[in-house]
Write a protein that binds this ligand. Structure first.
Ligand code: FES
Ligand SMILES: [Fe+2]
Length: 351
């Protein structure tokens, strides 16, 4: 129960935030769906920056700072001309690398980098940009330290697009999601009850038994793996070949996570992406997008993803009110929290 009034509540929030590491670690974040980006410029807020997205003459999505380097007008109010944004205020034109390429009535000169830009990729229908630490500086986007791995079977058409879900704004610090994967002790109390997919409604008599593990990838430093085998039990008796296994690729600080679900009953495969885009220090925009092979219908895939979403929702109440314990009081049964934190530290600048 929380009896805090509004002023107390905001003080509590500040105090909670102060316990956490910085809110925006380096990594790839989803900023839009490819299909939502027409030619008009679109503004997005991500990791403390306002960014404008637009398509250049080749149809490539570009990301530059949303405010004009001239007098600060919002470039998303401008138009795209000849692959550049034309600012609404004094009609300067800026290209996808942040170069001013035209100044009406101004001196004609070589295009000069005047504002900052971000690397952009399209990950199976999601437009993602790479966020770096530090002040924004004018210039072409520096090459990111890694690119997110694509799924060959999606590119080949073996796995088909089956659906997506936008969960909206979720109140949590980004690292809670990743840290959850080594918190083995919360699976039973928080995720033990089977729920009707997409809902909070428990299924009477049914429990889920979890067996989980986490490890760093042997060759890619930015990757770690969480594996979970979930089996269903009715009144304490495990049901054979029920449930599913999930192999989860954590690539970066938790901006984009890939789940590979295998259904125990028939080996069917569902690949789901979950993304967290930090739009504020304790606010994440969370989206899901999934694909499945031919043996899993659209409805079955939605069922599997819905199971996951129902379980994920169980964590939200905890995440929205907890603090970050730098030195948690761990028991022997806890997972490798410190190992995970050492791995995660790579997404912050070296101190
Ligand atoms: S503020 Fe953009 S052209 Fe002047
Ligand atoms: Fe959880």
């Amino acid at each position: 129960m929380n009896l805090a009034n509004a002023a107390e509540a905001s003080e509590i929030e500040e105090a909670r935030l102060a316990t956490y590491p910085a809110p925006y670690p380096e990594g790839w974040y989803v900023v839009a769906r490819d299909k939502d980006l027409a030619t008009e410029p679109t503004q997005v807020r991500v990791a403390g920056n306002d960014v404008v997205l637009f398509r250049d003459n080749e149809g490539q999505v570009r990301a530059i700072e949303a405010y004009c380097p001239h007098m600060g007008a919002n470039l998303s109010d401008g138009v795209v001309r000849n692959g550049c944004i034309e600012c609404p205020f004094h009609k300067w034109r800026i290209d996808g690398q942040g170069r001013v390429v035209r100044i009406p009535k101004g001196q004609s000169s070589e295009p000069v980098h005047r504002t900052s830009s971000w690397p952009v990729i399209d990950l199976h229908g999601w437009i993602c940009i790479f966020h770096r630490h530090g002040e924004l500086t004018p210039g072409p986007a520096p090459a990111p330290p890694y690119y997110l791995e694509r799924v060959r079977e999606i590119d080949d058409g073996e796995l088909r697009y089956r659906g997506e879900y936008d969960a909206g704004a979720i109140h949590m610090h980004l690292l809670e999601f990743v840290e959850n994967s080594v918190d083995y002790q919360h699976f039973e109390p928080i995720h033990g009850e089977l729920r009707i997919p997409w809902t909070n409604i428990p299924v009477p008599g049914m429990r889920i038994e979890h067996e989980a593990s986490w490890r760093r990838d042997a060759s890619e430093p930015q990757v770690s793996w969480f594996e979970n085998e979930a089996q269903l039990a009715f009144r304490g008796k495990v049901i054979p070949r029920s449930g599913a296994t999930a192999k989860v690729r954590l690539e970066g600080p938790g901006g984009i996570i890939r789940f590979d679900f295998r259904i125990a009953a028939n080996g069917g495969r569902v690949v789901m992406f979950q993304s967290h885009t930090p739009t504020g220090p304790l606010t994440q925009r969370v989206r899901f997008r999934w694909f499945s092979d031919r043996s899993v219908s659209k409805l079955q895939a939605a069922f599997i993803v819905g199971h996951w979403v129902s379980q994920w929702r169980q964590d939200l109440g905890i995440w929205s009110r907890k603090i970050y314990r730098k030195r948690p009081l761990l028991s022997r049964a806890d997972g490798p929290v410190h190992q995970l934190r050492r791995w995660y530290a790579q997404f912050y600048p070296a101190r």
